[in-house]
Design a protein around this ligand. Structure first.
Ligand code: URA
Ligand code: SF4
Length: 214
């Protein structure tokens, strides 16, 4: 399959229109086994867009991003950082759940570079419509999707970065003045040996985002 581009409406007027089109996307093989496309959601005039990795098991079933355990933790961190949830739009780098069966259980698999590239046109279309002031990249997949394969969370987290000057494909981001901030993925907090420290690190990074839009 040739990627999502052919499913993206040429002149979309709303996120809802994009979401409806994405429901039929067959731009990569992930649509075959997942339950449904999980599109972004949030304020139509969001000032901040959060970009995650891909829907998890719960999100795949409910059809909404970040409604499982990682989403709960993210909402707490957003609150603790002092970001108004009304300013947010939350989406994923890849919009279908990638998993492998282990017995009867569906086990998360990290999306590959081909999935990230295939799904990127949806992210570009969301950005073009929303024109956010700030993009928060949650973890390595979002960083690679938007800043290129050499992106490392540990090196870049917690700093405001120019955008799209540093992006891999600036020409296809029809966005004006915009900045990016990377941090760890909320799932990494859930897996961390010291959850308290990892959580506080996430909140500290998000406070930089809060200050940037204050
Ligand atoms: N993790 C993500 O990256 N996105 C979701 O929507 C849920 C969990
Ligand atoms: Fe389309 Fe993205 Fe789903 Fe692949 S993961 S089928 S590109 S929406």
């Amino acid at each position: 399959p040739p990627g999502a581009q052919q499913w993206v409406p040429a002149q979309p007027h709303s996120i809802d229109e994009l979401k409806q089109a994405a429901a039929g996307c067959q731009g990569c093989d992930l649509h075959e086994n997942a339950t449904q496309t999980v599109f972004g959601r949030g304020a139509p005039h969001a000032r901040v867009v959060f970009v995650g990795e891909q829907p998890g098991d719960v999100e795949d079933q409910k059809g909404l991003p970040f409604v499982g355990p990682a989403g709960r933790l993210l909402r707490d961190a957003v609150d603790d950082a002092g970001i108004d949830p009304a300013d947010l739009y939350i989406t994923n780098s890849v919009k279908h759940f990638r998993f492998e069966m282990r017995g009867s259980r569906r086990i998360h698999q990290t999306p590959g570079p081909a999935h990230i590239t295939a799904c990127r046109p949806w992210l570009v279309a969301e950005f073009a419509l929303l024109q956010p002031e700030l993009v928060v990249l949650l973890g390595a997949t979002a960083g690679k999707a938007l800043l290129g394969p050499s992106f490392r969370v540990t090196r870049s987290r917690g700093q405001l970065m120019p955008w799209p000057a540093s992006a891999e494909h600036p020409e296809d981001f029809p966005v004006a003045e915009i900045r990016a901030l990377a941090t760890i993925h909320p799932s990494a907090v859930l897996r961390a040996d010291n959850r308290e420290v990892a959580y506080q690190g996430l909140v500290d990074d998000l406070k930089v985002a809060a200050a940037a839009i204050a």
